[in-house]
Design a protein around this ligand. Structure first.
Ligand code: ADP
Ligand code: MG
Length: 397
């Protein structure tokens, strides 16, 4: 990576302003899933061990333009304190006199978490108020660390805005690791390189397909978006989901892949269909989708074909489930792909909220190489886009 990281700077006696992603689910003021807080620990511990103190900032949810107790980061402070084994001081704003006093009295080894930055509209504003807000946030540190991969695609005050006023601005371990896997693996992959893309909509993933298709040896399509591709070839899809306004683009992609002799783009050859999407509803496996039925999972032949590719592959990127995995019996295609990935020694990289939850549910999280923590940010990286949260950091000399 051509950006400075926490390894390139000294934190001795310094206050580090750190943008973390503590956008965690809450219920009754308690953190329900602390994965994102745990993901920040290596960076936070490194800074503390190096003699620094921490001023942490994050967003949580989408509060509408002002303070709202439902979106307070206080529960995250409590959870962080349990995980890190030290007191975490919390202040009820992220700018102003109370914050200034807390930052001024912060001792080496101390930890301070600021309240939700999105309680100020300026955090996400597209005008000069964003820059002004960033300038105020930047006062709280001697240097800036960005470890909020999940927000790295947002040009917000606490993500990229502060870097204008605070140097050096460096990447934390989580951000660095995500970039390493999602960018490096796709730029210079060990081959065969296979991408498996599924999920609900072609429109969400079309940018990813376009960027990855020229790079992969095979692109395997599953999920609901397979039916837009099938419809674009004039095949019958019954009542399966289709995005009519994407038919032309889908058809062009299939033609591009067909003409390129370097790679293959595969769509399902058999399907699990049912009359309605309902748990334990009668279902059957078909090659051609009959009228009145919806295709809700890839069939056994397709699973076998996709798993063969996974077996041969040295690098696999997977984003999006192969079927309606939340609703049995339509989970089997996703399960087969997840199992093949867990059994393989290839470098396996998984992104996308639902695919990650499928891997976790199956208990395969330890058997894959990398699980991305950021849905939107990982999609933008796979689309080949630059992330403001990364480009704004200090270059390595
Ligand atoms: P990810 O979060 O991994 O990026 P998406 O959000 O794009 O994935 O898509 C996940 C959703 O797609 C799941 O809720 C799943 O039920 C749905 N889905 C997958 N296959 C089908 C299908 N054949 N018909 C309808 N919905 C589907
Ligand atoms: Mg999703």
């Amino acid at each position: 990576m051509n950006k400075k990281t926490v390894k390139d700077v000294s934190f001795q006696g310094k206050k580090a302003l750190v943008r973390v992603d503590f956008n965690v689910p809450l219920a009754d003021g308690v953190v329900q899933d602390d994965t994102r807080i745990r993901a920040a620990l290596p960076t936070l511990n490194h800074i503390l061990e190096d003699g620094g103190s921490l001023v942490l900032m994050s967003h949580l949810g989408r509060p509408k333009g002002g303070p709202d107790p439902k979106f307070s980061l206080k529960p995250a402070a409590d959870r962080l304190s349990e995980l890190i084994g030290k007191p975490v001081q919390f202040v009820s704003d992220c700018i102003g006199d109370e914050v200034k006093a807390a930052v001024d009295s912060l001792q080496p080894g101390g930890i301070l978490l600021l309240e939700n930055v999105r309680f100020h509209e300026a955090e996400t504003a597209k005008d000069d108020s964003c820059r002004e807000f960033a300038k105020q946030l930047a006062q709280w540190g001697d240097l800036f660390v960005n470890d909020a991969f999940g927000s790295a695609h947002r040009p917000h005050a606490s993500v990229s805005g502060v870097t204008e006023f605070l140097q050096p601005s460096v990447a934390g371990f989580l951000l660095e690791k995500e970039i390493e896997y999602l960018v490096n693996a796709t730029t210079d992959p060990e081959r065969p390189f296979v991408a498996i893309l599924g999920g609900a909509k072609v429109s969400d993933k079309i940018g990813v397909i376009k960027n990855l298709l020229p790079k992969v040896d095979a692109l395997l399509i599953g999920g609901a978006m397979a039916y837009t591709f099938m419809a674009s070839e004039g095949k019958d899809i019954g009542n399966s989901l289709v995005e009519e306004d994407k038919l032309d683009e889908a058809s062009e992609l299939l033609i591009d892949a067909e003409e390129s002799k370097k790679n293959e783009m595969l769509i399902p050859v058999d399907h699990v269909v049912a009359e309605k999407l309902e748990a334990n509803t009668p279902s059957e496996v078909v090659r051609d989708i009959p009228d009145g039925k919806m295709a809700l999972d890839i069939g056994p032949k397709t699973r076998e074909m996709y798993c063969e590719w996974i077996k041969k592959a040295k690098t696999v990127i997977w984003n999006g489930p192969m079927g309606v995995f939340e609703t049995p019996p339509f989970h089997e295609g996703t399960e087969a792909v997840a199992k093949a990935l867990a059994d393989s020694d290839c470098m396996s990289i998984i992104g996308g909220g639902d695919s990650v939850s499928a891997i976790n549910k199956l208990g395969f999280a330890d058997k894959v190489t990398h699980i991305s923590t950021g849905g939107g940010a990982s999609l933008e990286l796979l689309e080949g886009k630059e992330l403001p949260g990364l480009t704004s950091l200090t270059d390595r000399d």
